[in-house]
Write a protein that binds this ligand. Structure first.
Ligand SMILES: *Cc1c(COP(=O)(O)O)cnc(C)c1O
Length: 386
């Protein structure tokens, strides 16, 4: 039996044709397909602008730089995320400051954010932004986070890599904050192979993001007199973080199906909820009131008596063909962070969550038979260990 992965892409003939069409066209890298994808993405999110780029990690890097983060600055974020959320701050000489999660939602806790800000002393002025991560596709408490940000004059940059298609207070994730970052890696809601984007309502961020994406090249606002029609300037250091038209054509084709993908993810989550409701082995993910999760992941949390058996249970589930995964090792547990002085014990709720969490397979193309197999296998493996 083939392993059922925890997540994977859903590609149809229309997607394939969209990529083939670009291959037959004049432009392969950033061109009309990128622009069309950006327009469609911004419209979907209810935001004014979108800037597509090479990956979610590149999008975080660009967003942080466009926001003006630099050496010595601090960025408040969750330890329960893919490390790139923190790493991108390090790229700029800034430092992530981790606040603990709310055990109920596994998202950044507003009260922990407040506590962490209060504990800052001389560095208080260096804190520039809060980066909420909508873990597993469950939107954070954005109303409380926006209030804290306003009170302390902080930017809000959402890591929405799990949350394309999710909504908060009847608005799609992406239109709420200063900037929101998405990833189009194959396990995410839609894919472009590799790829990412930033959506924003702010014209100044939009212009700077576009410039930084392509070497910082400026073609209009020159500091020196123009030498002629060929002339361009690099006024600030940028990157080659461009998305190709091949990727963007795939992205645009995928975006047409985003609501269908999310609906199918939610259907699978509902089947799991029903099957596992009240089980004695693990707790189920909860969807915060007033929000709609995109169910990027289906994270279960082992109860006390099974926590110590996680390694063995994980091994057995894998042996049975479930391509389960664990999300996430608290970011600051990675040796690269430990070497910078981050200590274990910093965020007890996130550490406890890591020790209990397992992500079950969930992706739109999962068949009914596969869902049933996951449910029966999970039941059997836990029952054997009880
Ligand atoms: C996937 C992901 C990223 C990075 O995206 P890439 O496209 O893989 O670079 C960042 N943050 C979170 C929460 C993610 O899930």
């Amino acid at each position: 039996m083939k392993t059922i992965p925890y997540g994977r892409q859903t590609i149809d003939e229309e997607d394939i044709q969209a990529v083939v069409d670009v291959l037959r066209s004049d432009r392969l890298t950033q061109g009309p397909a990128v622009e069309a994808f950006e327009e469609a993405l911004a419209a979907y999110c209810g935001a004014r602008y979108a800037v597509a780029c090479a990956s979610g990690t590149a999008a975080l890097h660009l967003a942080y730089q466009a926001a003006g983060l630099g050496p010595g600055d601090l960025v408040m974020t969750s330890p329960n995320t893919f490390a790139a959320t923190g790493n991108a701050a390090l790229f700029l000489g800034a430092k992530p400051l981790f606040a603990d999660i709310d055990p109920a939602t596994s998202n950044l806790s507003p009260s922990e954010i407040e506590k962490t800000i209060s504990a800052l002393q001389a560095e208080r002025g260096h804190l520039k932004a809060i980066v909420p991560v909508h873990y597993a596709g469950t939107p954070c408490d954005m109303e409380s986070i926006a209030k804290i940000a306003e009170r302390h004059r902080l930017l809000v940059i959402e890591d929405g890599c799990h949350a394309l298609g999710a909504s908060y207070a009847d608005k799609k994730i992406g239109g709420l904050s200063d900037m929101t970052v998405f990833s189009f890696h194959p396990v995410k809601t839609i894919t472009t192979g590799e790829g990412g984007a930033i959506v924003t309502n702010r014209e100044d961020y939009y212009q700077r993001l576009k410039r930084l994406r392509s070497h910082g090249i400026e073609r209009t606002d020159f500091l020196e007199p123009s030498h002629g029609a060929w002339y361009h300037e690099i006024q600030e250091l940028g990157y080659n973080y461009r998305m190709t038209d091949l990727q963007a054509a795939l992205g645009r084709s995928q975006l047409k199906k985003v609501d269908r993908f999310v609906a199918r993810r939610r259907e699978i989550a509902a089947l799991y909820h029903t099957a596992f409701n009240g089980n004695p082995y693990f707790d189920l993910p909860v969807e915060a009131a007033g929000s709609v999760s995109s169910y990027h992941l289906y994270p279960i949390r082992l109860k006390d008596s099974f926590k110590t058996q996680k390694k063995e249970i994980f091994r057995r589930l894998r042996e049975q063909g479930l391509g389960i995964q664990v999300h996430y090792l608290p970011v600051y547990w990675h040796p690269v962070y430990r070497k910078m002085g981050y200590r274990k014990g910093l965020c007890p709720a996130a550490e406890n969550f890591y020790q209990r969490e397992i992500s079950l397979p969930i992706f739109p193309a999962m068949t009914q038979q596969e869902v049933t197999y996951v449910i029966e296998t999970v039941d059997r493996v836990f029952r054997d260990r009880a």
